[in-house]
Design a protein around this ligand. Structure first.
Ligand code: RIB
Ligand code: CA
Length: 326
């Protein structure tokens, strides 16, 4: 059975993603990374969410407390000071596993034959693990990540938060030649929730669903206050891509991360030009670009499966059905 590690920065949408994943996937560990909030807060929140989901058998392993190069940039305006705005969960009864998330990812990756990494925070832990143990490139079957965007950013006009928080780490991961599913803002923005959806979840009579409704209420209020039409279920999209990939339409693209632009730092530059689309790593392309010698303009071969559309109704039905199982 495929082993899954969720690398996260809970975070309201991370919490929902974890509750979705543990009912459908063989989650062998939750690793935490500085992102929405400090490593201390996101690690405590991960413990709380597993307790809420009755899954305290799954270890939580504390990870990187800062990006590879830049200073951390937190997001309390979306997730609250605690990182779990709207929910007053009890202090966790469990503590994190001894050791660092990077070592945990390496250990599981080198022992399991088919590790899938679900990355729903900055990519600092995963990039560091790849640097320390390059052989992971052949061992990790897939990285399903929430991050980047084919179109607009959220933390800047060009960059999405997870990639922006540590663009150097994201650059390492995108160059690693590991199969990647990318759930960027262009996709996650199709899964908007508002008070109507909260009302549906509120009718589910169990603790986990009620907490999800509380978290979403905080998230929707914060999002609408900042001008959005609702709250995007960002992180659950990266989980859904593993559980039910046919719920999402993907396009093969070459994606590279900007790590130096004054205005574009953290941008995922996605190549949708004809020659890049559909050109997978191992296919000889017969596109028109083959006749063009200009190496600069010629599209590089695709390195990422980029989510471009998602069945929103099916997604929300699947989430509600999962919450009913708690
Ligand atoms: O841009 C959205 C991402 O940033 C999500 O993972 C959210 O949890 C925040 O980490
Ligand atoms: Ca997150």
């Amino acid at each position: 059975m495929t082993s899954v590690i969720i690398d996260c920065d809970p975070g309201l949408d991370d919490a929902i993603a974890i509750l979705l994943a543990i009912k459908h996937l063989n989650v062998v560990g939750i690793t935490t990374v500085s992102g929405n909030e400090s490593i201390e807060k996101v690690t405590t929140n991960a413990l709380k969410v597993l307790e809420l989901g009755g899954a305290t058998h799954i270890p939580v392993v504390r990870g990187s407390d800062r990006p590879l190069k830049r200073d951390p940039v937190y997001a309390p305006h979306f997730h609250g000071e605690s990182g779990m705005g709207g929910a007053d969960l009890p202090a966790p009864t469990k503590v994190p596993l001894e050791g660092h998330a990077v070592e945990f990812i390496i250990e599981v990756g080198m022992s399991a034959s088919d590790l899938v990494l679900i990355s729903i925070g900055p990519l600092t832990n995963i990039a560091t693990a790849l640097r320390k143990e390059p052989r992971l490139r052949e061992r990790v079957k897939l990285i399903s990540m929430m991050g980047g965007s084919v179109t607009n950013g959220n933390v800047t006009p060009a960059a999405e938060f997870n990639v922006y928080h540590d663009a150097e780490a994201a650059d390492i991961v995108f160059r690693a030649k590991i199969p990647i599913f990318m759930a960027g803002l262009n996709l996650t923005g199709q899964v908007l929730v508002g008070q109507k959806e909260i009302g549906v979840i509120r009718t589910i009579n169990n603790g986990a669903a009620q907490v999800v409704a509380d978290l979403l209420n905080f998230y929707v209020t914060a999002s609408e206050r900042l001008g959005a039409r609702g709250a995007s279920l960002h992180d659950p999209c990266a989980v859904m891509a593993v559980i039910e990939p046919d719920m999402i339409e993907f396009e093969s693209m070459h994606v590279v991360v900007e790590t130096s632009g004054d205005h574009t730092y953290g941008m995922t530059v996605c190549d949708r030009r004809a020659g890049a689309l559909g050109r997978r790593k191992d296919e000889r392309s017969n596109s028109v670009w083959d006749e063009i010698d200009d190496q600069l303009s010629r599209p590089k071969q695709a390195n990422v499966e980029v989510g471009v559309s998602i069945d929103r109704e099916r997604f929300f039905f699947f989430l509600v059905e999962t919450l009913q199982r708690y």
